[in-house]
Design a protein around this ligand. Structure first.
Ligand code: CDP
Length: 209
């Protein structure tokens, strides 16, 4: 089982998908679970400041099609980061993540707390990061490519706010597991980052078998 964690726009999603393909494993993007809750809440007109309303928004989560473009919008990203701080919301989403992580043939999960909370027993853990500026540039390119207007300064402020919220919360904060391998992608092209991730994970798997 491979755990991939890291901050917003660090490249962890791309790396996790590539690892899943390389090792022939199923992949779960756990951020999508929090985004689905956020989208439900937003559509209902619920209040992200209310833990109770956020918890109610967990109920219908499986019903959300995972290719809804709204899931990646900035409004939903920001609500996701807020509601993911609630312990009851995290608890409501725990079982399906643990179950996926425990699949007999193995799996790849990416998120914020995979190596620390969801699967501390993972065979290989990667902590993928990059400077806030590089991550903001990537997010701007991603948004523009999808036809969404984006300004570097605004996106940088948003990324820094999300980093602070994700790392500063009490419930499963974003942090590198002590046994995770660090992969800084600031100066790497996508292909280079993927190749390095495969190398690191293969090495860890070889050590553990
Ligand atoms: O792609 P990006 O890193 O921007 O976001 P994401 O991975 O889809 O996660 C969206 C939000 O969900 C994050 O800001 C986190 O606060 C939260 N999240 C979490 O708390 N725990 C996870 N395992 C995954 C995401």
């Amino acid at each position: 089982m491979i755990a991939v964690d890291g901050p917003a726009a660090s490249g962890k999603g791309t790396i996790a998908r590539a690892l899943a393909e390389h090792f022939g494993l199923p992949h779960m993007d756990t951020g999508m679970l929090y985004r689905s809750v956020a989208l439900n809440l937003w559509r209902w007109g619920g209040d992200p400041a209310s833990e109770f309303e956020a918890l109610r928004a967990c109920e219908a989560v499986a019903a959300n099609p995972s290719d809804d473009p709204e899931l990646r919008s900035e409004a939903v990203s920001s609500i996701a980061s807020r509601i993911s701080a609630y312990p009851s919301v995290r608890a409501a989403l725990l079982d399906r993540q643990k179950e996926f992580a425990g699949r007999p043939g193995g799996a790849v999960l990416d998120g914020r707390d995979i190596g620390t909370v969801i699967a501390p027993e993972a065979t290989a853990k990667l902590y993928v990061t990059a400077s806030a500026e590089v991550r903001a540039q990537r997010r701007v390119r991603e948004l523009l490519a999808r036809g969404i207007p984006a300004h570097f300064e605004d996106v940088l402020i948003d990324i820094e706010a999300r980093d602070a919220r994700d790392s500063g919360r009490t419930a499963a904060p974003l942090q590198k597991a002590s046994d995770a391998l660090l992969l800084d992608t600031s100066d790497l092209m996508v292909e280079e980052a993927v190749a390095e991730a495969i190398r690191l994970v293969s090495q860890r798997v070889a050590e553990n078998t």
